[in-house]
Design a binder for this molecule. Sequence first.
Ligand SMILES: CC(=O)SCCNC(=O)CCNC(=O)[C@H](O)C(C)(C)COP(=O)(O)OP(=O)(O)OC[C@H]1O[C@@H](n2cnc3c(N)ncnc32)[C@H](O)[C@@H]1OP(=O)(O)O
Length: 166
Amino acid sequence: MEQPHAPVAAEAGAGAAAAGDGYTIRPLELSDLSKGFCELLAQLSPSPPLSEEAFRARFAELAALGADHLVLVAEEAATDRLTAAGAVLVERKFIRRCGLVGHLEDVVVDAAARGRGLGERLVRRLVEHARGRGCYKVILNCTAELKGFYAKCGFEEKNVQMGLYF
Ligand SMILES: CC(=O)SCCNC(=O)CCNC(=O)[C@H](O)C(C)(C)COP(=O)(O)OP(=O)(O)OC[C@H]1O[C@@H](n2cnc3c(N)ncnc32)[C@H](O)[C@@H]1OP(=O)(O)O
C-alpha cells in the first residue's frame, strides 16, 4: 500500500524525482521514521530518536500546512535508507503586497554521501518549490564555513543573523 505523505507531494517540483546516481528526492513520508530520518537529523543538531507517536503527530501538523511547509528527503535506491533531508517554510507577510518569503531549514547530507552534489540538488529543489509558491526570496541562517556551499546553490550573503535562545 502506498505510504501517506504530506499533501505537498502533488505540488509542482515537489514530487519524487529519480536521478541517474541512485538517489530519489521526494517529500517526507510516514515510513521514513524507519529509514533513518532521525539518525540523519542527528548529524545536524542533537536530535534524540523520536517515538512513532511523536513523529506521526508532528508529521500531521506539518501536513496541515500544505504546500507552505515542505520537507524533502533523498533516498538511496540500493539501501532504501535516507541520505539527505531539508525543509522550506513559506512565510506569509503583510509587506511587499502580502508577499511570501521562503525559509530554508535543516539541510543535511549523510556524512558518507557528502561531496557528490546531493546537498546542492536538494537545496535547488527546495528553492524551486519556494519560487513556485510565489516567494520573492528565500533566506537561511548558516555558519561562516557553509557560505561557499550556499554560494554554489545560488545564494549571496545578506545582513546579519541574530538569535535569542531559551
Ligand atoms: C540552512 C541550514 O540548514 S544550514 C545547515 C547545513 N547543514 C550542515 O551543516 C550539516 C552537515 N553538513 C552537510 O550535511 C553537508 O556537508 C552539506 C549539506 C553542507 C553539503 O552537502 P554536500 O552534498 O556535501 O554538498 P555538495 O556535494 O552538493 O556540494 C555542492 C558544492 O558546494 C561545495 N561545498 C560543499 N560543502 C562546502 C563547504 N562547507 N564549503 C565550501 N564549499 C562547499 C562543493 O565542493 C560543491 O562544489 P563543486 O560543485 O564546485 O564541486
